[in-house]
Design a binder for this molecule. Structure first.
Ligand SMILES: Cc1ncc(COP(=O)(O)O)c(C=O)c1O
Length: 505
C-alpha cells in the first residue's frame, strides 16, 4: 500500500539498491558471528581470545619512540596537507631502508604507501586480476582475502596448508589449481591464523612452481620478523631470482598500532616484468583514496629507525609465553590438539568432536564456550577449515591463564573420557604452570628495567650531557607508565560496558 510522505506527496519510491560490489562484499567473521545467538555467562567476566587487535587489553602498546614521533609530526606545519597518493618520499625512503639488506637493495620508487596492509592487498588484487580471473589463496587463510576477491569479482581458489607439517603449503595441490585464468598466488608468511613461519627451502619450492607457471606472488608479510627464537623470517622478495613479488606489509602488528592505518607495498621486480604495467597500475589505483594519513607518514621514518630491538623482543616474548602456556596446558587433553606456532600472534587448536559429549563442530564449540565460560575464540571455519579454533596470543598473562583454565574446565564438563585421563591432564598443567608464572610480564619487565636503569645511572653533578640523557630516558619511561595507566582505565570501562559478546569481535 502506498503511504504519503511528509509533504503529502504519495510515496511511490522503491528501496534504493546497493551495487553488486557492495552485495558481494562479505566479511566471513561477521557473517558467522552475527548470526549466532550468543550471550556470555553473566557470572563470568568476558575474556576475548578472538580479537586480532594487540592493543585490546592495553598490555601491548606502540613503542614510546612511535608515540613521540606522532606527537612531533602533528606539530609540523608541513604534515597537514594532501601527500601524494602513493606516499611522501621521506616515508617511502624509510620503508626502503628498513627492508634493504646487503643482498637486496629496495629503492623508494618501488615503495607505495597504503592505508594499512588491507589496502595494500586490495590494490594488488585489483591491479592483477579482472573479474573472472582467479587468485590462489591459502586454506586456512586470513578471511579478508576472500572478502576482497569476492567484492572485485575475482574467483578464489584455495590451496591446502598441512596442519601436521607446521602448516606448510601442499605444493602439489597448489600447482593442480593453476589454469590460464590464474593471475597470482598469495603467500602469507608468518601467517594468520596458523602462526606458521616458512623456511627458505620451503619458500624456494613455492617460487619454483610460480616460476614454471609464470605467476607473480602477492606476499602478505604483515607479520614480517615476528618469529620466535629458533626460526628465521625470509622476505620472499629477497629469495626470488625471477618471480616478481609484491610484498604487502605495515606497522599495525609489529609496532602495535593497527589504528594508525599505515601500510605499504614493496615491489620486487628484478626483470622489469611489472615496470610498465603493475607498478604504474598500483600508483593509479592508489589515487582513488589519496593515500594514508599525512601525520602517520610524517612520523614513519622516526618510527622505523628509532624503535629499539628490545621493544620487539618484549612483544615476542609475551606472545611466545602465551603460546607455550596454551600449548603445554592443552597438549595432553584428548579432544583438543594445539599446533604450536613459530611466529605471528595466533594459534590454531584442533577439536576432535568425537571426544566430546555434545560438541558437533567448531562453531558449536565456539558458541558453547562463550555461553558457558564467557571465552570468545574464532571457529576456524571463518578461515576456510573445519574443526579447529583460533586463539589470539596477545592477552595479558592473567587473562591467558584464566582463559586456559576455563577452556580446561569446559572440556572437563563436555568430555566423556574417564577421570583418570583428566587427572593426568591436570598434572601436566601443574607441572608447567610454575615455569610460565615465573616469567615476568612486559609491564613488570618495564618496571624492573626502569628501576635498574635508575640504580645504575645515578645522577652525576658534573656530567650535564649524561644528566640530560638520563632525564630524557626517565621522561620516556614516565610517559609510557602514564599512558599505560590511563589506557587501562579506558579499557576496563570498555570491557565493562560491552553490551554483548558481539562487541568483542
Ligand atoms: C594476515 C593479515 N594481513 C593483513 C592484515 C591487515 O592489516 P592492516 O591492519 O595493516 O590493514 C591482517 C590483520 O589482522 C592480517 O592478519
Amino acid at each position: 500500500m502506498k503511504k504519503s510522505m511528509a509533504n503529502g506527496i504519495e510515496n511511490d519510491w522503491s528501496p534504493i539498491q546497493a551495487s553488486r560490489s557492495a552485495r558481494n562484499t562479505i566479511n566471513p567473521i561477521r557473517r558467522i558471528v552475527d548470526r549466532m545467538k550468543i550471550s556470555p555467562n553473566p557470572a563470568k567476566e568476558m575474556i576475548s581470545l578472538s580479537i586480532g587487535d594487540p592493543t585490546h587489553y592495553g598490555n601491548m602498546l606502540p613503542p614510546v619512540e612511535a608515540l613521540e614521533a606522532i606527537l612531533q609530526a602533528v606539530q609540523l606545519p608541513t604534515s597537514h596537507g594532501y601527500p601524494p597518493s602513493f606516499g611522501i618520499l621521506d616515508a617511502r625512503k624509510a620503508v626502503a631502508q628498513f627492508w634493504s639488506r646487503s643482498n637486496c637493495q629496495v629503492k623508494p620508487e618501488n615503495v607505495i604507501l597504503t592505508s594499512g596492509c588491507s589496502h595494500a592487498l586490495e590494490l594488488c588484487f585489483d591491479c592483477m586480476a579482472d573479474p573472472g580471473d582467479n587468485i590462489l589463496l591459502p586454506r586456512p587463510g586470513f578471511s579478508l582475502y576472500v572478502t576482497l576477491c569476492q567484492s572485485l569479482g575475482i574467483e578464489t581458489r584455495f590451496y591446502d596448508l598441512i596442519p601436521d607439517e607446521n602448516w606448510q603449503v601442499n605444493i602439489d595441490h597448489l600447482e593442480s589449481l593453476i589454469d590460464d585464468r590464474t593471475r597470482a598466488v598469495l603467500i602469507n608468511n608468518p601467517s594468520n591464523p596458523c602462526g606458521a613461519v616458512y623456511t627458505a627451502e620451503h619458500l624456494r619450492k613455492i617460487l619454483l612452481v610460480c616460476e614454471q607457471n609464470h605467476l607473480p606472488i602477492i606476499a602478505d608479510e604483515i607479520y614480517a620478523d615476528m618469529v620466535f627464537p629458533g626460526n628465521e623470517f625470509h622476505f620472499l622478495g629477497m629469495l626470488s631470482e625471477n618471480v616478481p613479488i609484491v610484498s604487502c606489509g605495515g606497522i599495525a602488528k609489529r609496532f602495535i598500532c593497527p589504528g594508525w592505518r599505515l601500510g605499504w607495498i614493496v615491489v620486487h621486480d628484478r626483470h622489469n616484468l611489472f615496470k610498465d604495467t603493475i607498478q604504474p597500475g598500483l600508483i593509479d589505483l592508489s589515487s582513488r583514496i589519496l593515500g594514508p594519513s599525512s601525520v602517520t607518514q610524517a612520523a614513519l621514518s622516526h618510527i622505523l629507525s628509532e624503535t629499539p630491538e628490545s621493544y620487539f623482543d618484549d612483544i615476542l616474548h609475551q606472545i611466545q609465553s602465551n603460546a607455550d602456556y596454551f600449548y603445554h596446558s592443552l597438549l595432553n587433553t584428548p579432544g583438543l590438539q594445539p599446533i604450536m606456532p613459530q611466529g605471528a600472534m595466533y594459534m590454531l587448536i584442533r577439536i576432535n568432536t568425537k571426544d566430546f559429549k555434545d560438541i558437533e563442530s567448531d562453531k558449536d564449540f565456539f558458541t558453547k564456550l562463550i555461553c558457558e565460560e564467557s571465552i570468545s575464540c574464532l571457529p576456524a571455519s571463518v578461515f576456510g577449515i573445519d574443526n579447529f579454533f583460533r586463539i589470539v596470543l596477545t592477552t595479558p598473562t592473567d587473562k591467558t591463564e584464566e582463559a586456559c583454565q576455563r577452556i580446561l574446565e569446559f572440556y572437563q564438563i563436555k568430555n566423556i573420557v574417564t577421570n583418570t585421563g583428566l587427572s593426568k591432564r591436570t598434572t601436566v598443567i601443574h607441572q608447567f604452570l610454575p615455569e610460565v608464572l615465573s616469567r615476568p610480564s612486559i609491564r613488570e619487565q618495564h618496571k624492573q628495567e626502569t628501576s635498574s636503569y635508575e640504580q645504575t645511572h645515578a645522577r652525576s653533578p658534573t656530567n650535564t650531557k649524561f644528566n640530560s640523557m638520563h632525564e630524557n630516558e626517565k621522561r620516556k619511561r614516565t610517559s609510557v607508565h602514564t599512558f599505560m595507566n590511563s589506557y587501562d582505565k579506558d579499557q576496563q570501562n570498555l570491557i565493562k560496558h560491552s553490551k554483548s559478546a558481539a562487541d568483542l569481535f
